[in-house]
Design a protein around this ligand. Sequence first.
Ligand code: 9MR
Length: 412
Amino acid sequence: MMRSRLWVMGLAASMSGGLGCGDEDRAPAGSESSGAQTGVESLQPEEPAQLISYECRQDPARKSTPPGAVASEAQSFRETGRTVGAAVAAWRLAEDEQYGPTIAAQFNQLTAENEMKWESIEPEPGVFDFTAADALVTFAQQNGMKVRGHTLVWHSQLPTWVDELTGADAVRAALTNHIQTVVAHYRDNFPGVVVAWDVVNEALNVQQGPMGGTAIFRDSVFYRELGEGFIAEAFQIASATDPDALLFYNDFGVEGVNGAKSTGTFDMVSGLVAAGVPIHGMGFQMHTGPLDQGPGAADFAANIARYAGLGLQVEITEMDVSLCAIGGNVLGQELQRYRYNRILTACLESPACRSVTLWGVGDANSWLNDNGCTQGMITLETQPAPLAFGDTYARKPAWWGIYDALTGCEYQ
Ligand code: 9MR
């Protein structure tokens, strides 16, 4: 019982903005039996499970699934009929025997975490290596999954030879050949499997000035040599190569309505639509934390609505919920479950929402582990633990937050 009491106190403190990490672990010894926690104590239900039960907004008679519930074999993300993806690494499919079966059982879409990036697929000019990317697409095809192609044009994970190109003609030729070759490869060799492309990734940045932030085009060889028109050109080349593919612009830090980058991105995407550029959707990466901020779920829903108003589809393309700021204790797990539920619902309830993707499968796989929970000079002992499955692929409370969202239960 001590854990659940402390959980409630922690949650209350957290919701009002006052909780630090690991509070349950700092409880004075013997506090469980002292019975001296008047006030908070009187609010405690008897059973821990009741502490973490929510009404489902869509059906108040239905309650959230208890986070510790044991899922049946038949219960999976993909069984809900929604399109749910994960970022997948080809090398891990080969080396980790639980990884592939977990993905195949749970997800019906995947994104290549790194294998389709320019440095992987065209490391030398005109020399294409599809080995790792094809292994992923083959795995998807064999398991009845679709693939989001990620990503054709990005300033990062770009081979040196592209970065060193000079002159518009050289950059345009490389860009054209890269997009045509990659998109045609999947159009021809895996028809109907790679259904969407992140054509351009992370093209904008924020420049801070005395009056606040301004959205600017990020420095890249594409922007330097072709100007902002490189974005429209990339979409046109991709569309001409595979007219059936859905073409997305994808970015982070643009999930809420407000802020310089979000405004600049909406204006840029609106401009593409107005100019008749073949863009079909906006990808919101959604690397986030466990509190209802940056953006809050309502803010995210409002942003989705304005992109839908442009006639675009939207996707959550890279969601993870880092626990660095709060720790992986019961409170952290619970807030993570809630956060996944609310953010996913914001997308799923929009008719414009095509799919939701988690940026990894088990916590041990997350890209966030590369830096751990480092803040400035301080490295915290806690782990990001940002995904739906634990290190050994056990379903976490977050799994239920996602599953409940996929089955039409938003936590209230
Ligand atoms: O998860 C990817 C990680 O393995 C790579 O080292 C990293 C290199 O930049 O890219 C990560 O994926 C990124 C994605 O491609 C674009 N959005 C941000 C993701 C996390 O950095």
